[in-house]
Design a binder for this molecule. Sequence first.
Ligand code: PPE
Length: 316
Amino acid sequence: MPMTKAKSIWMNGELVPWDDAKVHVLTHALHYASSVFEGIRAYQTPKGPAIFRLEEHIDRLMFSARVYRMEQEMSFTRDQIRDACLQMVAVNDLKDCYIRPLVYRSYEHMGVNPFGNPVHVCVAAFVWGQYLGKDALEKGSSVKVGTWHRLAPNTLPVMVKASANYMNSQLLKMEAVVEGYDEAIALDVNGYVSEGSAANVFAVVKGEILTPCLANSVLAGITRDSVITLAREQGYTVREQSLPREMLYLADELFYSGTAVEVTPITSVDKIPVGKGTVGPVTKTLQKAYFSEVRGEVPDRHGWLSLVGQGAAAAR
Ligand code: PPE
């Protein structure tokens, strides 16, 4: 998806014009994937643009940085990075947009040992449309079970949102695209359903909502958590449990959840229709509940929205 340029990017505390936000080619992160990041969305609400679950995303970023021993070398606090997110939406005059904080090992030493390469932080914000194409949100997506498995425990930590994990995602995504599918679903090392290349997976089976648990090599998606919360509020039973692959063909409904994909229905797996092959009622209900929440159409009873106007003013 080509990017729509915004005006400026926050790089280590400075506002840099979009086209000048550059790094050296020998940047450690480029060679060894020594970076962690977040993907966050802001939406236009009746009270102005608001960032959805900003605090949780920043907490996950700091957790990711901690695991890779970058946290103590960062020159910015979590609150400064949080404020930079609000500021990026404000100064770029954005409404519906995507926010991308990145913490990375910069340039100083060659070699795998990351220590000594300064830890830099940047935050960009830009307009990013529907992740799986125009129709996917409404009509659903066609997916295949990928031949590449998700990362095995004790290889790379999957709960960490590290750039390195996305090489596995890219293998899955490329396989799906080359074969004419919208997306993939990966299995974990034991053959249980894990997640998509960049989204969690939910199944609706006989009225109950099931999703792989954290031990199935999934990112602890913030949208996943929002969907679970909203579904329970609507009276659904939600279970986090291991799902054998064949549950994908048994399910009445399937959908992805993620910041970028939002709540996107899956209407076929390996060319086998999911249920009737159309978007099911539970998916529709949860999709509607999710969009009402992010767009501030219902009262923000969970404190999930950070209004950009207020936060950015406070950050200046
Ligand atoms: N699993 C993976 C592997 C993943 O990358 C994401 C988000 C999720 C689950 C859902 O997490 P959450 O956004 O907290 O609900 N993927 C981000 C990156 C997408 C990209 O192409 O870049 C996102 O959705 O922003």
